[in-house]
Design a protein around this ligand. Structure first.
Ligand SMILES: Cc1cc2nc3c(=O)[nH]c(=O)nc-3n(C[C@H](O)[C@H](O)[C@H](O)COP(=O)(O)O)c2cc1C
Length: 321
């Protein structure tokens, strides 16, 4: 059976959203936001803050495993932290070779490492050696930093170092998030490695999904922004049944309400409105209905008022019989 993975998204796809999105049909595996390893063995509290699933067997409440993602450039430090994450119960360790953020790249982390296939090899090797054999070590990379000339070499470094799976976001760091994603490049990498590959980038619809699979030659696909703009995307891909946008919106509103309530409970009051607006903003990409709700709360900062508007939207939306 082809698998669907939920992408790691720092500052966006946190525990609450992972819970909510894996409660829907379709997602088989998740990855946490990256945990930055720069100079020390991190305390347990840092792992638990970014991966509260460690308190529940490393899975979301729906039983979907959540791999813990590390980002850094020092092989032995990453190994030490990976061992700790495994000891805390992470079902797998994922290594980040794709983050394009300037601050991260400046301190030799994320996509900048794609210029150094040997270092990538050493990192994966050290982490593989440090965690128990039954803890999978996986990696996620872009096609390169400035160009794609080292794409195959980097994938081979990851494979020979012992990673069990590699997700490829089919763009370079310089290409950022600008469409298109170059899925055909994943097929080129496939020809050069034997490891399990997962295709990622620009899958928003059923049509994108099938084109991505055909062009990349991958069975398995990772969904990021597409899943945030349409939380039922994975369900649609698995069931191959399209629902109307009206029905989808009616199903979505209670999720948005649940998310808002959770954020109100978890975050300090001044951070709540930003978080809710962030998701609603992404929902606008798929739901025309999200536009008017977004307009209503755009300048609102009081979480209770925002929640009321979301609840009113539910009451105003006619039920579909
Ligand atoms: C806001 C944001 C945060 C991200 N954070 C991470 C991260 O922590 N680790 C990672 O490997 N990729 C991260 N990514 C990249 C995504 O996992 C994914 O590769 C990218 O969004 C392309 O997939 P998509 O087109 O399906 O969204 C992030 C992307 C975005 C937009």
């Amino acid at each position: 059976m082809p698998k669907l993975y939920l992408a790691p998204m720092e500052g966006v796809l946190d525990f609450t959203l992972r819970e909510l999105l894996t409660h829907q049909v379709g997602i088989d595996q998740c990855v946490t936001e990256f945990i930055r390893v720069s100079d020390r063995l991190l305390p347990r509290s840092v792992f638990l803050r970014l991966a509260p699933e460690l308190n529940q067997g490393g899975c979301t409440r729906s039983g979907v495993p959540v791999f813990l993602q590390l980002l850094g450039s020092d092989p032995s430090l990453l190994a030490e932290n990976a061992a700790k994450a495994a000891e805390l119960g992470a079902p797998g360790i994922d290594l980040n070779f794709g983050c394009p953020a300037k601050t991260v790249n400046k301190s030799r982390g994320g996509a900048v490492l794609l210029k150094e296939p040997d270092l990538i090899h050493d990192i994966v090797c050290a982490v593989r050696k440090a965690v128990p054999m039954n803890t999978p070590v996986t990696a996620k990379m872009r096609l390169g930093f400035a160009d794609k000339s080292l794409a195959i070499e980097n994938a081979q470094s990851i494979e020979t170092a012992g990673a069990s799976s590699l997700t490829i976001h089919a763009r370079t760091k310089l290409e950022g998030y600008k469409p298109p994603a170059h899925w055909e490049w994943i097929a080129k990498i496939r020809d050069a490695v034997d490891m399990h590959l997962i295709a990622n980038g620009e899958v928003w619809t059923q049509q994108d999904y099938w084109r991505c699979k055909i062009l990349s030659g991958c069975e398995d696909v990772m969904l990021g922004r597409g899943m945030l703009s349409n939380p039922f995307l994975a369900e649609t891909l698995v069931t191959q049944q399209n629902q109307s946008i009206e029905v989808s919106w009616i199903r979505l509103l209670p999720l948005l309400e649940r998310y808002s309530k959770q954020v109100i409970t978890d975050l300090s009051e001044r951070h709540v409105h930003g978080r809710i607006k962030q998701w609603l903003n992404m929902l606008r990409w798929h739901y025309p209905q999200a536009e008017s709700l977004f307009t209503q709360i755009r300048t609102e900062k009081d979480p209770r008022v925002i929640l009321q508007k979301i609840q009113s939207a539910q009451h105003e939306t006619p039920a579909i019989s």
